[in-house]
Design a protein around this ligand. Structure first.
Ligand code: ADP
Length: 374
């Protein structure tokens, strides 16, 4: 086991006019499960490949434990990688596939067999050891690929979208298996995905990248509750956080006729920078219903009618009903998503009145995107 440090690690591809990964700084603790997430092209794979030794580091350093591995070849880094396509050898049995790296390393047969059997037991593959990969399901093949990494007992596991070839249902069960296996083995793991749900459910911490730049590295809970900027706010969470640009007025900020409860210091910080607007964020589940159309909590006694939302579409997922509607902000129509009551779904065209819950609104600088509220 070991820590992993990205120390201003930078990768500029030949002919690239800007770094694919720019001064990446992350300290990963011993035994931690760290997920790198972001949209396609943000530099996740490049970061992982620098750690693996498959990509040059042009500036900065990478350390595993106390060792500076920046310029070491992959084989000397004591890592094991699980790729998106498992690249199993089709002519070899499951056991031979799993033990192949040990065989190359000159480990004796009995020892290889022991390690393969141990890994197969953990991965529920014991009865398939003599089969060829083609006689396995996608999920089983994925577990063989995991097994191949486990038998090597590396200091660090690197995983690059290892679930992307599985169907949706299997992805969900396999992500739970991988996360619990990682916790059981306690091996430091760096995992790449473009799927924010996967990132949030699997990682001890999540690192969000955009355009080669680290945006935030945090626990899933903090990432959700306190996104550091507009990009993270919009990227983490589904449906995404409502992000609405509103003018700052003496009375605070308003969606239509309704005053939205936001942090006053945040508004002041924006005004001090000379900004005329802020971008207010509210997650779909952080609205209370009020007004005539409501069947839920009644509005506070004051005169504020709440935000008037005209319902366009309701998406029912069973547990939830997401209401996609339109609101008026300063004379312009804006989209708003609200998690509604799945037992009292409003009709298309209906009008609802909703109130963002105090303490659950986020304020971001419209000009820089940075978070202004605590
Ligand atoms: P991600 O894994 O997040 O999708 P990558 O790390 O693969 O992103 O790519 C980051 C950026 O580097 C992208 O702009 C991509 O086009 C570029 N890139 C990746 N590989 C190469 C390469 N071998 N040569 C040149 N540019 C590359």
């Amino acid at each position: 086991m070991a820590t992993v440090t990205f120390d201003k690690a930078t990768r500029i591809y030949p002919g690239g006019n800007k770094p694919a990964v720019d001064k990446l700084d992350i300290d990963i603790t011993d035994g931690e499960f760290l997920v790198l997430v972001g949209p396609s092209g943000c530099g996740k794979s490049t970061s992982l490949r620098m750690l693996a030794g498959l990509e040059d580091v042009n500036d900065g350093a990478i350390r595993i434990g106390e060792r500076d591995v920046t310029h070491l070849p992959p084989k000397d880094r004591d890592i094991a990688m699980v790729f998106q396509n498992y690249a199993l050898y089709p002519h070899m049995s499951v056991a031979d596939n799993m033990g192949f790296a040990l065989k190359i390393a000159g480990v004796n047969k009995a020892e290889i067999r022991k390690k393969v059997e141990e890994a197969a037991k953990i991965l529920d593959l014991s009865e398939y050891l003599d089969r060829k990969p083609k006689a396995l399901s996608g999920g089983q093949r994925q577990r063989v690929a995991m097994g191949r990494a486990i038998v090597r007992e590396p200091q660090v596991f690197l995983m690059d979208e290892p679930l992307s070839n599985l169907d949706a249902k299997l992805r969900v069960s396999t992500r739970t298996q991988i996360a619990s296996l990682q916790r059981r083995l306690g091996i430091t793991t760096v995992y790449v995905t473009h799927d924010q749900v996967e990132a949030m459910t699997m990682g001890d911490r999540v690192a969000v990248l955009k355009d080669g730049l680290l945006q935030q590295v945090d626990s899933p809970r903090n990432m959700y509750d306190r996104p550091a900027n507009l990009f993270v706010a919009g990227f983490i969470g589904s449906p995404a956080m409502n992000l609405i640009e509103v003018p700052i007025t003496d009375g605070g900020v308003k969606f239509g006729n309704s005053v939205v409860p936001v942090n006053r210091d945040a508004l002041k910080a924006a005004a001090d920078k000379g900004d005329k607007t802020v971008t207010v964020g509210v997650r779909p589940e952080h609205f209370d219903f009020g007004g005539a159309a409501s069947d839920a909590k009644t509005l506070a006694k004051d005169a504020d009618p709440g935000i008037e939302v005209v319902v366009n579409v309701v998406e029912e997922t069973g547990a939830d009903a997401f209401v996609f509607g339109t609101i008026d902000v300063n004379g312009e129509k804006r989209d708003l998503v609200i998690r509604g009551n799945s037992r009292a779904v409003p009709e298309k065209g209906a009008t609802l009145n909703v109130v963002p819950r105090a303490g659950e609104t986020h304020v971001f600088s419209t000009s820089t995107g940075e978070r202004l509220s605590d």
